[in-house]
Design a protein around this ligand. Structure first.
Ligand SMILES: Nc1nc2c(ncn2[C@@H]2O[C@H](COP(=O)(O)OP(=O)(O)OP(=O)(O)O)[C@@H](O)[C@H]2O)c(=O)[nH]1
Ligand SMILES: [Mg+2]
Length: 266
């Protein structure tokens, strides 16, 4: 009895110490808690209780869209843009290897490489396999962990339109749907899907033939449609500004003020 309560007390001490490390921004502690959440360990849920302050401080931005549309390339550009503003950035890449691009994980790693030595950037991929059903919870939990660790912008990359169980709309304050020209029927299908829930629509690969007509087509349907070339960075400042404007709107309704405080709205 005495032994078990001692053990419980020491476990509690460990939990409190881990929570303190997360709050101090220790990336190993952050990774450990996210792993607990992914494996649906009850300690993970207990940790969230210790970490959540009840006050939203981070701007959570979902980057979603069809496989191969350029989401990861765009995320890497956004990371660079927010780092230039001096913001700490967390990236959660959910369901990262799509069937279309196959080795996307490797590609993502290469694109993200320039940021991996930057202490102001935390990058984590969250695989769907093996954690069906628990992933949505783990993703929203992971954003809370990153927020507690002082990350001011959290970017979540996910393939949208009902292709996985993560409902990015529930987790992110601002959802950016990424479309590439020439998707044709797929763009039509998106109109009825996540695109309707997106706050900002981006036609990426603006350098490719068909970008103009895709842009015009979507502009008939959505108020904020931007054109980007993620590979060169063209259109990224405009996207950053559009996200800030949306966050400001959200803030008026009681959401995050982070980007505006830091001047990301220019
Ligand atoms: N021409 C052109 N190619 C681009 C652009 N943006 C990304 N790409 C290329 O498109 C391919 C897919 O880019 P990713 O960033 O991996 O796309 P993704 O949407 O993250 O892909 P998944 O995670 O597999 O769904 C890569 O070869 C990129 O270099 C762009 O603006 N123009
Ligand atoms: Mg990707």
């Amino acid at each position: 009895m005495c032994g078990s309560s001692l053990q419980t007390r020491s476990e509690l001490g460990d939990m409190l110490a881990l929570a303190d490390r997360v709050k101090a921004g220790d990336v190993r502690a952050v990774s450990r808690v996210i792993t607990l959440l992914e494996s649906q360990n009850q300690d993970g849920v207990a940790m969230l209780r210790l970490l959540v302050s009840g006050q939203r401080r981070a701007a959570v931005i979902g980057i979603t869209g069809y496989p191969g549309a350029g989401k990861s390339t765009m995320v890497a550009r956004l990371v660079a843009a927010y780092r230039r503003l001096g913001l700490k950035v967390g990236v959660l890449a959910v369901d990262i290897s799509s069937p279309v691009t196959g080795g996307a994980l490797l590609g993502d790693r290469i694109r993200m490489q320039e940021h991996t030595l930057d202490h102001g950037v935390y990058i984590r991929s969250m695989a769907t396999r093996g954690y069906q059903g628990g992933l949505a919870h783990a993703t929203s939990g992971a954003t809370l962990v990153l927020e507690a660790a002082g990350y001011e912008v959290i970017l979540i990359e996910t393939i949208g339109v009902g292709q996985n169980e993560v409902d990015v709309v529930d987790v992110a304050h601002t959802v950016v749907a990424v479309v590439a020209p020439g998707l044709g029927d797929e763009v039509q299908a998106m109109k009825a899907g996540l695109l309707e829930l997106a706050h900002i629509v981006v036609v990426n690969k603006g350098d490719l033939a068909g970008a103009d007509s895709t842009l015009r087509d979507l502009q008939d349907w959505y108020p904020t449609v931007l054109r980007t070339i993620a590979t060169t960075g063209e259109g990224i400042p405009e996207l950053v500004a559009a996200i800030a404007a949306h966050q400001r709107l959200g803030d008026l309704q009681g959401s995050s003020a982070c980007l505006m405080r830091k001047g990301a709205g220019f």
